[in-house]
Design a protein around this ligand. Structure first.
Ligand code: PMP
Length: 365
């Protein structure tokens, strides 16, 4: 590769030798993608350098930064896959309407794919979800229907409202991330990316928050083929009923502020038999951990990333030097600028008052 003129010039005039770093910039600029959908998958794996050490972990701690996907989350993968599978099967064609009940990120992924491929997109999402997500969806041209935060089987729940719309709108489809597509297929790229460098059994633990359960089920199934000894840790927030054994789910917590994980039912796509151990997370530890990931590691992640990492620093205490723990960071700070990133919001919700001395509840266990 040859340096572009402006680089050679500035290197020469600075008196510095041409470095491989400047050559790398040139190589990247040469790669023109036919469209932004090609920027889904192949997300970076990044070392966590400070946080693991601060908890005395001996193992290597790594973050799989899913927010580098084109639409900003891990759910871009399944969104693209669902649309392309349905197209291949002749179920949908451009001009049709795609309806999806979602907590937001699958909606953003779908709206992105729909915008590029020429589908009308209607996203049905609960009131709890952030304004940032709504604005992104609108910017992508999606139509939004907001529903109250009720039980999943209540008539006004986002799932029920989505199915009602489907029955009323001609040529509309619900691709249904919760059950239509086997998670194994949807996550092939995450999996290849997670396991390829370490097929000789070099991942010892993976920590993943569970929403629909698609990510954890897909990653776990594939990874266990490559690294059967790898321990899969599922993370379920207080107030959700998904973790096993089910006594873990007993709590007085009724609301979950962290978005995208936890349910009041067991999603069909979630195969709990692939999870070796569950950890419960809570809002406060999650948000404070996300803020640490941002401040100390420069990882501009969302709230459920903090949930996964706060479970990881507990779970990975059993790993030894030379072993590896991978934590999936599902989405980015972008979705939560008015929420946990904002000090006033943290104070108002009682998450920040004693942050200076913050020790998670399990610290002395
Ligand atoms: N974190 C966030 C922010 C999400 O939007 C989701 C998707 N619901 C998840 C975690 C969990 O992913 P999954 O639905 O695949 O379990």
């Amino acid at each position: 590769a040859v340096c572009p003129d402006f680089l050679t010039h500035s290197i020469k005039s600075s008196g510095l030798p041409a470095s491989s770093h400047s050559l790398q910039i040139w190589t990247e600029e040469k790669k023109i993608l036919p469209n932004i959908l090609k920027k889904i998958g192949c997300t970076p794996m990044v070392q966590i350098n400070k946080i693991g050490k601060s908890y005395g972990l001996k193992c290597e701690l790594l973050a799989k930064c899913e927010y580098f996907n084109a639409g900003g989350s891990v759910k871009d993968r399944i969104s693209l896959r669902m649309v392309e599978d349905a197209e291949r099967a002749g179920i949908i064609k451009p001009g049709d309407t795609l309806i999806e009940p979602t907590s937001g990120n699958t909606g953003i992924g779908l709206a992105l794919v729909a915008a590029l491929k020429g589908y009308r997109c209607i996203i049905v999402l609960p009131e709890k979800m952030s304004m940032e997500k709504v604005d992104i969806l609108k910017a992508l041209g999606a139509e939004i229907v907001r529903t109250p935060c009720t039980r999943f089987d209540a008539p006004e729940s986002n799932v029920r409202v989505a199915w009602k719309l489907r029955s009323q709108i001609p040529n509309s489809h619900i691709l249904d991330q919760v059950k239509a597509i086997p998670p194994l297929a949807a996550f092939l790229k995450t999996l290849a990316n997670l396991s390829a460098p370490w097929s000789a059994g070099k991942v010892h633990m993976v920590v993943i928050g569970s929403g629909t359960g698609g990510t954890i089920t897909g990653v776990a199934r594939k990874l266990k083929e490559k690294c059967p000894e790898c321990k899969i840790i599922g993370v379920d927030p207080d107030g959700s009923i998904v973790a096993l054994p089910s006594e873990m789910n007993k709590t007085n917590t009724t609301t979950i502020e962290v978005e995208g994980i936890g349910h009041d039912f067991i999603p069909t796509v979630l195969d709990r038999s692939v999870v070796d151990q569950w950890y419960k997370s809570n809002d406060r530890d999650s948000f404070l951990m996300s803020r640490r990931l941002i401040r100390e590691e420069g990882l501009l992640c969302g709230g459920s990333s903090g949930s996964a990492m706060s479970a990881a620093v507990r779970a990975a205490r059993e790993l030894q030097e030379g072993q590896r723990c991978v934590v999936i960071l599902p989405d980015s700070i972008r979705n939560y600028m008015s929420k946990f990133v904002n000090d006033q919001w943290m104070l108002k919700n009682g998450f920040l008052n004693d942050a200076q001395e913050h020790k998670p509840w399990w610290w002395n266990i």
